[in-house]
Design a protein around this ligand. Sequence first.
Ligand SMILES: C[S@@+](CC[C@H](N)C(=O)[O-])C[C@H]1O[C@@H](n2cnc3c(N)ncnc32)[C@H](O)[C@@H]1O
Length: 363
Amino acid sequence: MTITTDTPTAPVESAAIEEFAGRMLGVFNDSALCLLLSVGHQTGLFDTMATLSPSTSVEIAAAAGLHERYVREWLDGVTAGRVVEHDPARSTYWLPAEHAACLTTAAGPGNFARMMQLVPLLAQVESDVVRCFTEGGGVGYEGFPRFHALMNEDSTATHDAGLIDAVVPAVPGLHDRLTAGAAVADVGCGSGHAVNLLARAYPASRFVGFDFAAEAIDAARAEAVAWGLDNAEFVVRDIAELGVSEEYDVVTAFDAIHDQAHPARVLAQVATALKPGGTFLMVDIKASSHVHENIDQPGSTFLYTVSLMHCMTVSLAQGGDGLGTAWGRQTAERMLAEAGFNHVEVREVAHDMFNSYYVATRS
Ligand SMILES: C[S@@+](CC[C@H](N)C(=O)[O-])C[C@H]1O[C@@H](n2cnc3c(N)ncnc32)[C@H](O)[C@@H]1O
């Protein structure tokens, strides 16, 4: 049946309405499941269930050290969400091994339960972002109390999986340079795990991480001390005002350019900070600069959402450009060229599906 509306001229297909409504119901239900998955990660329930044979809610709660009533309600929710299996006759629940492979700490960067935490993190600022639609401006980092902890958890999983074994070999000459002894800076280092991993693997090189968040720098320093590193230093600094010239052989930026207030200024500072022949490794979100080319990419809706509700808005909150998470390859290559990097290669690594690896040099 075709219904015709008063105003728009296109006829409305009732079958298409039904199909879309079904999809919206799925979105509504799955967004609730997202919260249950996030809770399952934070309470350790997925890691616990991965070690158990079919068990009752009492047994699972005891193994996880949690209150049974909460665990039972959560178990029924994830059963309804077809994440956990349930035997009503025995009142038991279990996590199939195939699901555990995607929802536990052992899954490393592929732990979707860890990623789910990002949605409630963004939801915390929903009313502030709604206000920005009418009032303008942005929501600053102070609106995201758990940001640095979650960012660290997320990037630790990725860096542990392949920074040394996959990323370093993907950058021509980097392993040899670091082995011989290089001066390296990481801009927007956050909690510094990448710097500390590199410093541990390459003791002849010296590393410095810059970030303007004191909380993140404190965490980075604590890890360096715990690991006994004497070649990793962390400095609280605005990287748009880095102010150093020809000091580093290598500069890295892990997901730290697209949310800058002044990304062009930062790229120019990086170019100036590199010694002649130096290399800039810019790891940033894998996307096209054009939405129509991103539609079929996995996670593309999330990219625009995290941009709207974090990366773009923190930039605008500082009076910045609001570049956006999905600034994309075309804009990134143009901006790198404008900063003076006349040779850019874009690489991908298997363990990191969300990022492109830009290897940028100047001649
Ligand atoms: C998306 S996080 C990435 C952190 C880290 N590189 C990682 O991969 O875990 C971006 C980081 O850039 C930092 N940042 C943003 N603008 C900055 C600026 N102008 N100067 C220094 N740090 C900045 C933030 O504090 C945050 O730690």
